[in-house]
Design a protein around this ligand. Sequence first.
Ligand code: TRP
Length: 399
Amino acid sequence: MSSEVDDDISNDSDVIIKGSDSNSDNFKESKITPWEVQGEINYDKLIETFGTKPITPDILQKVQKLVGDVHPLLKLNYFFSHRDFDWILNKYERNENFYLYTGRGPSGMVHMGHILPWLFTKYLQDKFNSKLLFQLTDDEKFLYNQDRTFQEIKSFTYENILDIIAIGFDAKRTKIIVDTKHIQYLYPLANEIAKRITFSTSKSVFGFTHSTNIGMIGFPPIQSAPCFLPSLIEGKPTPVLIPAAIDQDPYWRMTRDVADRMGYYKPAQIHSKFLPALDTSGKMSSSKPQNALFTTDDPETIDRKVSAAFTGGQPTVALQRELGGNALECPVYWYLRYFFDSEVQSEERLIKCEGGNLLCGECKSDLATESKSFMIKFKQRREKAKDMIQEFMYDGKPL
Ligand code: TRP
């Protein structure tokens, strides 16, 4: 198998580089690791530093040709970067199916920034008819968060599973893997991976230090394992595409580095940006609940958070009318654009705002109305999900 893999795999040589830190030249203002994202992020620089490729018009055209529909998050460049997505599309064109793999660290409740990539993953599943593995890294979140008990993580895991099912993934072709529950399916693969990675490599990829607990140091192969699990399930080398926010990239660099040596395809990735917080720039963080809209927020809470949101507007109505607003810097504008506005509506909103013909109150009121009605429906789906959990749990059987 390995010669076929060698010929077929795109051979951009993966450089293992450190998840950038605040001392590196490119990231004076920002910090990005799988566990922490801070500051303003320059996404073009990230492509350079992480050694990924931008999503190009060619790729959009190819998607259009293959499935007849380009998701707005691709068009809008919210998914802005990739590794081997072109290779995955070529495989698909030649009738070779790929698996999707994504995941969630259950460290809290789910907000809109989390579900955006999941909505995109559902589009990929629907259009490409893909099977999907969805991992919940309860172990990772227990190990990382000093002050969380396992019992707390376990209850977030349950709550998060309801959100995942509520997205509407195809029950027949989607399996959820909870690390501490399904470890027997991951452990043999994780061992093979772990044996091929030195401490020195993982230190430089993840920025581990001598004071990092050894659970964290040993964890990464558990997140890598689902990249290769589809090949075991299918009994042949199987391409995998990972839709995920760019902060997860260190895991995939490490996994790609061992894939060849293990006789598997390197997992492909399509990377998203972060949804800005409602009150400033930066990633929407569940540690600052007032800045994010959670799927479980009630209508009053949504009203309160949206009305307190930061906008790209001018300090006074008169100035807004005179100078126009700064829509492209406005989280309210982007929330509407990513979640609720059509392309045409969003263009009109932009023109009106920049021309001084739209006040922030109107956009906020649109966002609050749309979010409330979205959450009401989503909550109903979460309720229904309670009876579907068993169906979605991975059981070692083919999907
Ligand atoms: N580590 C991820 C997090 O903290 C969870 C995760 C596991 C994941 N496997 C994944 C995310 C695959 C994206 C793709 O959120």
